[in-house]
Design a protein around this ligand. Structure first.
Ligand code: SF4
Ligand code: MG
Length: 333
């Protein structure tokens, strides 16, 4: 199958003044396939939200390309092309309260896209569409004339989902959609998203700061660190056979009561702080926190390559041309 979304050497840099450049996303390449959920994980500040926003063109790309269903997302577009893309790709945000207009009724919030794209023939059809969408997300028509403050966090996220679905998107970028919710509500929203994905054939980019949040919903997971993608593989493979030292530290932080996964997993603790994405470390950006770092890691940027089938990693340890080995003490040699 052909990818639905293709990201090639994407960079999003911000000029933060005084000649300083913040490299929020720095040379990231990956594909997302139709019908899959691609989990994107990393600490806050690693660039995952910026990446999501650049995919939907809320930000212009500094360099590189994004294509959706074979069409370039960035660059010069006609109005018709822009409209088509803005219907095809929708976004769900972390804080449903902040992302919903407090003065609008639920009907008007959900119908924003319906109105912008002229999807309903008349008021009656518009209202019926809203009722149907409310039911789709587990709410009902009695909620239609209320305001966002009258709902719980989980219900507000359902409204955000209904608003995104109103224009029949094919690709939904969910930026930490459950991070602000109570744990008991998180599973409900994830289950709703899974159900909608199957019913509507949606493709998801699911952004989270915590691996355990994306594990069950994701088919594949990409791990970001300081503006770069460091590892990408299937969800199962990532948990059973993590390659990148950063991924290993993330997994070490999650207690998993499954001996099969526990076996062979190195216990690694993430040391030090996340460096600033302004003037990031030379060579491998993870080297200041990596127990395997050698001199090579300071001078050469690791190449993003497929170490095993479908398993991508950016680390010299897995680059056959670098001949770095890991000794038993866990230090690079
Ligand atoms: Fe660690 Fe070097 Fe691999 Fe970077 S390239 S993750 S510093 S071993
Ligand atoms: Mg974020």
């Amino acid at each position: 199958t052909k990818p639905l979304v293709e990201v090639k050497h994407l960079k999003k840099h911000f000029d933060v003044g005084r000649g300083q450049i913040l490299k929020a996303v720095d040379d990231v390449s990956f594909d997302i396939y139709p019908g899959e959920t691609f989990g994107l994980v990393g600490e806050s500040g690693c660039g995952k939200s910026t990446l999501g926003r650049t995919l939907i063109r809320l930000y212009e790309a500094t360099e590189g390309t994004v294509s959706f269903d074979g069409e370039a997302v960035h660059g010069r577009k006609s109005n018709a092309e822009r409209k088509k893309l803005s219907r095809s790709i929708q976004m769900i945000f972390q804080d449903p309260y902040a992302s919903l207009n407090q003065r609008m009724t639920v009907t008007d919030i959900i119908a924003e896209g319906i109105d912008a794209h002229g999807i309903a023939k008349n008021r009656k059809e518009r209202q019926q569409m809203v009722y149907d969408l409310l039911e789709t997300v587990g709410l009902n028509r009695s909620h239609a004339e209320r305001f966002p403050h009258e709902f719980s966090g989980g219900q507000r996220q359902r409204i955000g989902i209904a608003r995104a679905l109103a224009v029949h998107p094919r690709f939904v970028i969910a930026d930490e959609p459950i991070s602000a919710l109570d744990v008991s509500i998180q599973a409900q929203v994830v289950n709703l998203m899974k159900k909608l994905q199957q019913e509507l054939g949606l493709t998801y980019l699911f952004i989270a700061h915590d691996l355990s949040m994306v594990k069950h919903i994701s088919d594949r997971i990409g791990v970001m660190y300081l503006g770069g993608m460091v590892e990408l593989t299937s969800s199962d493979e990532l948990f059973e056979n993590p390659l990148h030292p950063y991924t290993k530290t993330l997994l070490s932080a999650i207690p998993i009561p499954d001996p099969k996964l526990e076996r062979g997993r190195e216990r690694m603790v993430l040391q030090g702080d996340l460096p600033s994405p302004i003037n990031p470390p030379s060579g491998c950006r993870f080297r200041t926190r990596c127990p395997f770092a050698t001199e090579l890691c300071a001078t050469e940027t690791p190449v993003w390559q497929e170490a095993e089938k479908g398993h991508w990693v950016a680390c010299h340890l897995y680059d056959p041309s670098k001949k770095m080995t890991v000794n038993k003490e866990g230090a690079g040699a």
